[in-house]
Ligand binder design. Sequence first.
Ligand code: AMP
Ligand code: FE
Ligand code: FE
Ligand code: ZN
Length: 288
Amino acid sequence: MIDLHAHSNQSDGKDSPAELVRKAKAAGVTTLAITDHDTTAGWEEAINAARSERISLVPGIEVSTRAKIGLRSISVHILAYLPNPDHPALAQELAKTRTSRIGRAKEMVSRLAADYPISWSDIQEQLKPGATVGRPALADALVAKGIVPNRSAAFESILHKSSPYYVSDYSVETELAIKLIREAGGVSVMAHPLIDFPAGKSELDLPTKHFEQMIAAGLNGFEVDHRSVPEFAKQWLRELALKHNLIVTGSSDYHGDGAKENQLGENSTDPAQLQRILHQAWGFEAFL
Ligand code: AMP
Ligand code: FE
Ligand code: FE
Ligand code: ZN
C-alpha cells in the first residue's frame, strides 16, 4: 500500500520521522512519503528508519503557496516529490516561508494573549526546535492550557481564518513554486485540490482557468483520493488529469494520533502512478 502524504514533528505532525515510519509499517504501508510543510528536515531520519523497518520511502515536501483567483488570494498546497533539497532558489523560498511563519504565529499569539493566558513560550513547548510553525502548534498550546478541548475545536473557533486572531503568512506564488520544484528535479502534485471550495457550488463553478494555469506552469499531478477533496470534484479532476496526461495520487495526510481524523493508509496511490513519479523525478533518490 502506497501512502504519499504524511507529516512528522518537523512540521505539524505529532510523531518523529522515525515513529511515523514505524506506524506506517504497522498500518500496512509499503511505500511512504514524508511531506512536512516547507521543510526537508525530517528526510534523513525517515530514510534511516525506512532502512531498518524495510519499507520504501519517498522524500517530499508540502509547499505552502498562494495563487490569485480574480481578486481573491487563495492558499494552495503543492506536494514536491524528490526535489534536490539543496537547490538554492527552492531552499531559499522554503526558508523564507518558514521564517515568515514564525512572525505570523507570534503576531497571532500576541492577539490571542489579549484575551487568553497564552504566550510564545507555550507555543515553543509544543514544537520541536527548527520545526515549521503553523496554527496546529498554537492549537496544541491552547489545548495544553485547557482553553479548547482539541486541535479541531481550535480550528473551528479562535484559529479559524475568519477569526480576529487569524493572520495570514507569506507563501511563494503557486506557479513559481511549480517551476522551482521542476528546476530542482522534483515532481509537483497539487495536494487535496478544492478543499476550500465553497459548499453548495456546482461543477460549473470549478476554477478551470486556475487549474489550466498551474498545468501550463508544469504541474505534474493531482492528489485526488484524499478525504477532504469534495466527491463531486473527483471525477472532474480525473478527467483533467487524463486530458493533460497528469499523475493521480491518493494519500492519507496523516498528522499523528488525535491530531486529525486522517489515518495512515486510508487512501492510497496506484503503483503505476508511483512509477511515473519515480521516472519523472531526478533531484533526489527514493529509498526503495
Ligand atoms: P497554517 O498553515 O498554519 O495556516 O495551518 C494549517 C494546517 O493546520 C494544515 O496543514 C492542517 O494540517 C492543519 N489543520 C487544518 N485544519 C485542521 C483541523 N480541523 N484539525 C487539525 N489540524 C488542522
Ligand atoms: Fe498540516
Ligand atoms: Fe495540506
Ligand atoms: Zn498535509
